[in-house]
Design a protein around this ligand. Sequence first.
Ligand SMILES: [Zn+2]
Length: 274
Amino acid sequence: MSCYRGRIAPSPTGLMHLGHARTFWTAYQRACNAHGTLIFRNEDLDPQRSRREFGEAMVEDLRWLGIKWQEGPDVGGPHAPYVQSMRRNWYLGAWRELRDGAWIYPCTCSRKDLAEAAGAPHEQNDEPMYPGKCRGNRSQQDTPVGVNWRFRVPDGHVVRFVDGALGPQEYVAGRDFGDFVVWRRDDVPAYQLAVVVDDVAMEITEVVRGADLLKSTARQILLFQALGLNAPAWYHCDLVTDDEGVRLAKRHDALSVRNMRENGLTPEEVRNRW
Ligand SMILES: [Zn+2]
């Protein structure tokens, strides 16, 4: 085995659709081609949207498609647990480090404040630009609970990286994205923080995921830098669209792998659809 370590990291918030399946297949192929290790990580941090039955369906559907992993919640491994809801202490450690370094600040804006201040998000599904009202806040509170914690982005700083699939990428902090949440007021670590912490802890060398997360990659690179950690390599896959050109989402049930499987398609036939 080589030192390549990739991961597939689905969220159990719905049935897996064709777009995600293709991304996971790509991750699997890249790990195979490198004779590396593939890690399965269950990203179940959102208590409102995550459901155990979706998690079980995900594992079943991925296996049915022919994807194999060497470490994960079902097979164990040296970096267990592979379930984000069980990794709170890792995230808290990073939160403390960011707080001690004054990289983050508590934001007390209400949802209404934010809705009034912010324009429309730049892109569908992306968080709106934060106007910066609480930027000057300082706090030494011992736990993150009760407020949103935001990362203070270095305005004007250019984040550059070379994507393995899409080539050179460039984002400007403060223009393409604003101060982003690393810990939510409902005491849930935010996606940006959790994946950075996990990718380091699990020694991931390449992240394969959808191109809708390119801008999140720029945010995460700032987190890696703030925490003094090396970022992995990146490989962002094109997004699959439906017949009308609309990007697939979990609501496209007809295009879920589960649905196709129940309609009698073979794994090969499903893979031929992307
Ligand atoms: Zn605020």
